[in-house]
Design a protein around this ligand. Structure first.
Ligand SMILES: [Fe+2]
Length: 306
């Protein structure tokens, strides 16, 4: 496969300073020039100034310059414009006009997660000891970026670009809503969904487990309960636990853990999900503003511009 992971996203926001505080509380580490790093994925979020919030660019990783050359030819064959920018290839999703960068990056080797001992009915793996999840003191730091969700006014064009153009695989379909796509073993790296305006719905960040999601949520919400969006819950598509928060610009940020992994394309059978399963398996009812963020009307007027 030409692409092997989602490398980074660049997000435009009106107030970079306020939004920086949010992502610091979320556990990302500010580095330089507006970049934030994860513990294993390096620089994966960049904040830049923009009149209204928007996804300025998404970057996917290819193995090497040969792969980038092959991607350039592939896009040209399929009628998608792409240009060389230094060592990278830059193209755009024609459905949203979002620039998409392809860069040569090493594959990510993650430090293996060691699952703590868990007790259950008829099975006691932890005796005479408190659970690891209540003893850990260190702040939660996302290990890496997992996916982003892009609302598009031209769903067919966007799907065609990501699937036929970039070669992402379909993992699941939400009937009349969108399509979960992957370029790595993650169940999804991109969700493209129908929307009245092109916009970034959320970015999602991998943490160790459900305890890390809960502890991270505490840190995000401690002085800002208004940041809570939706959680704790578990999705059907991807199986992951989730908790969503709202950044000061209106973008949502998700912690996820225990997501489905699909190393062998032939073995996974995509499903067409309908109704609530497209959203979640369990959790509190999703707030209406999760599905239709309150600023969508504003974004339609002031739009998808710098
Ligand atoms: Fe998500």
């Amino acid at each position: 496969m030409a692409l092997h992971r989602l490398d980074s996203i660049t997000v435009g926001v009106p107030d970079v300073a306020a939004t920086t505080v949010f992502y610091e509380d979320f556990g990302l580490n500010p580095s330089s020039d507006g970049w934030f790093s994860t513990t294993e994925g390096g620089n994966q979020l960049r904040l830049v100034t923009s009149a209204s919030r928007r996804l300025v660019e998404a970057c996917f990783a290819a193995d090497d310059l040969d792969d980038i050359g092959r991607m350039r030819a592939r896009l040209a064959e399929r009628g998608f414009a792409a240009a060389i920018d230094g060592a990278d290839l830059v193209t755009a999703d024609p459905g949203t006009h979002t620039p998409i960068r392809i860069a040569a990056r090493p594959r990510l080797q993650q430090q293996p997660y060691s699952a703590p001992a868990v007790n259950g009915p008829g099975r006691v793996d932890r005796v005479n000891a408190r659970a690891a999840g209540i003893l850990v003191e260190s702040p939660v730091r996302p290990r890496r970026l997992g996916h982003f969700v892009l609302g598009t006014t031209d769903f067919d064009q966007s799907r065609q670009f990501f699937v036929d153009g970039l070669g992402l695989k379909v993992s699941d379909i939400v009937k009349d809503v969108g399509v979960f796509l992957r370029c790595s073993t993650d169940h999804h790296n991109v969700l493209v969904q129908r929307s009245p305006v092109p916009f970034l719905h959320h970015s999602s960040w991998q943490v160790d487990d459900v305890d890390a999601i809960g502890r991270g949520a505490m840190a995000v919400l401690e002085r800002h309960p208004e940041r809570h969006m939706w959680g704790l819950g578990r999705h059907y598509a991807g199986s992951n636990f989730f908790w969503y928060f709202r950044d000061p610009a209106g973008n949502y940020a998700e912690y996820h853990s225990d997501m489905d992994s699909i190393p062998e394309d032939a073995i996974w059978a995509p499903e067409v999900l309908e109704g609530a399963l497209g959203l979640y398996r369990w959790g509190p009812p999703p707030p209406p503003s999760f599905i239709n963020p309150e600023d969508l009307a504003d974004l339609m007027i002031h739009g998808h511009s710098a």
